[in-house]
Ligand binder design. Structure first.
Ligand code: ADP
Ligand code: G6P
Length: 355
């Protein structure tokens, strides 16, 4: 009897710089799967892991081989591969994918030290999120689907100011300096991973307001690779055509600067892709149903599911623009991918039983 019927973990990689919306994305994703993910019960309160019925999210910072002091002594940042143990990352993701429990280290973000490890059981869906999910070719090959959140420097800066200045009392100068200090390693080790991603969410300043530098209104692009197994891109109006659409009018309320969608085929790092773009923001989230009804291949289970998800989490950052919309759509696509993989295995099991 073949082993193809074995329940294997589906592995998803989510890459982005820190402070770029990974945890918000994870909350949207686990909600699509039907339950919020929580920290492990009774474990280390500083654990970075989140667990729901179906999904376990592990933070790749846990594979730091150098702690905060170690990095300082060696003069390397957390983004530098030298500060990370890719052999262990590979071994443990592989083990989990094969159904084997692992003893995963914990990087404590409060103390900057490596804490004693925690046991991680193989889930149905494993999400590895962090700086380097697609950096190491061995780890990359274990991924059933990969996503890169590509936040442009202007927007990253605006978000950092919002958070670090308003909530953490940092100065504008120190925020600028910390972004600048990270940039060389970011460009060398993090950014190049986007060429491997099956889906990229690119977040840019709006083009609807001339010389906007506030970073509040966003132009967001969902770049979807063609030909990925179990993943067929969403489209607007007609698959493969090129469309520009202003939905504002009788059916959608828009205040200045309005909303502009576009869609079409393109190439991205010499891969064939489809790109769906939304510039601007929604005034009334319930009217999103109008936009949803014009999108096809959404992998929803019922009419209006995208709008329902967006309304459910209206308080999450990005709910009124393309970041929230596209994160929700990718969540639905991952659910679909997972269900296809499970169905394929069940069919293989039936076949195997016949022999
Ligand atoms: P990460 O997990 O990558 O560190 P978070 O999801 O915690 O990122 O987001 C960090 C901060 O960035 C949030 O507190 C918020 O200020 C800002 N942010 C994240 N996503 C968005 C978004 N889509 N729109 C606006 N701000 C956002
Ligand atoms: C984690 C984050 C990094 C961040 C680092 C802080 O590893 O993923 O993005 O830079 O912590 O490191 P530091 O050396 O400043 O403590």
């Amino acid at each position: 009897i073949s082993c193809s019927a074995e329940a294997k973990t589906v592995v998803i990689g989510l890459a982005a710089d820190s402070g770029c919306g990974k945890s918000t994305f994870m909350r949207r994703l686990t909600s699509v799967f039907g339950g919020a993910a929580e920290p492990p019960k009774g474990g280390n309160p500083d654990s970075n892991t989140l667990i729901s019925d179906t999904t376990t999210v592990i933070c790749l910072d846990d594979y730091h081989s150098l702690d905060r002091t170690g990095r300082k002594e060696k003069g390397v940042t957390a983004l530098d591969p030298q500060a990370n143990d890719f052999d262990l990352m590979y071994e443990q993701v592989k083990a989990l994918k094969e159904g084997v429990t692992v003893d995963k280290p914990i990087y404590n973000h409060v103390t900057g030290l490596l804490d004693p490890p925690e046991l991680i059981d193989p889930p149905k869906i494993l999400v590895i999120e962090g700086l380097h999910p697609m950096f190491d070719a061995r780890v990359r090959d274990l991924l059933d689907f990969s996503i890169y959140l590509d936040i442009s420097n202007e927007v990253k800066f605006a978000w950092k100011i919002q958070r670090d200045m308003a909530e953490r009392g940092h100065s504008l100068e120190s925020i600028k300096a910390s972004i600048e200090a990270r940039k060389p390693d970011f460009d060398a080790y993090i950014d190049p991973q986007k060429q491997y991603a099956d889906a990229v969410i690119e977040v840019l300043p709006t083009r609807l307001i001339p010389d906007d530098n506030e970073g509040k209104v966003l132009r967001v692009r969902l770049i979807m690779k063609e030909g990925v197994k179990h993943f067929s891109p969403v489209y607007l109006f007609d698959d493969g055509s090129t469309i520009s659409w202003i939905p504002c009018g009788r059916k959608l309320t828009c205040s200045y600067p309005g909303i502009q969608f576009s869609y079409g085929p393109d190439t991205y790092y010499s891969n064939e892709v489809s790109v769906l773009e939304m510039d601007g923001q929604f005034d009334r989230l319930d009217e999103l149903i109008y936009v949803e009804s014009h999108l096809s291949n959404l992998s929803t289970k019922f009419y209006g599911e995208v709008t329902q998800q967006m309304l459910k989490h209206a308080d999450f950052p990005g709910s009124n623009n393309g970041t929230g919309l596209f994160q929700t759509i990718i969540g639905l696509k991952i659910r679909d991918l997972y269900e296809q993989i499970v169905a394929e295995r069940a069919a293989a099991a039936v076949e195997a039983a016949k022999v």
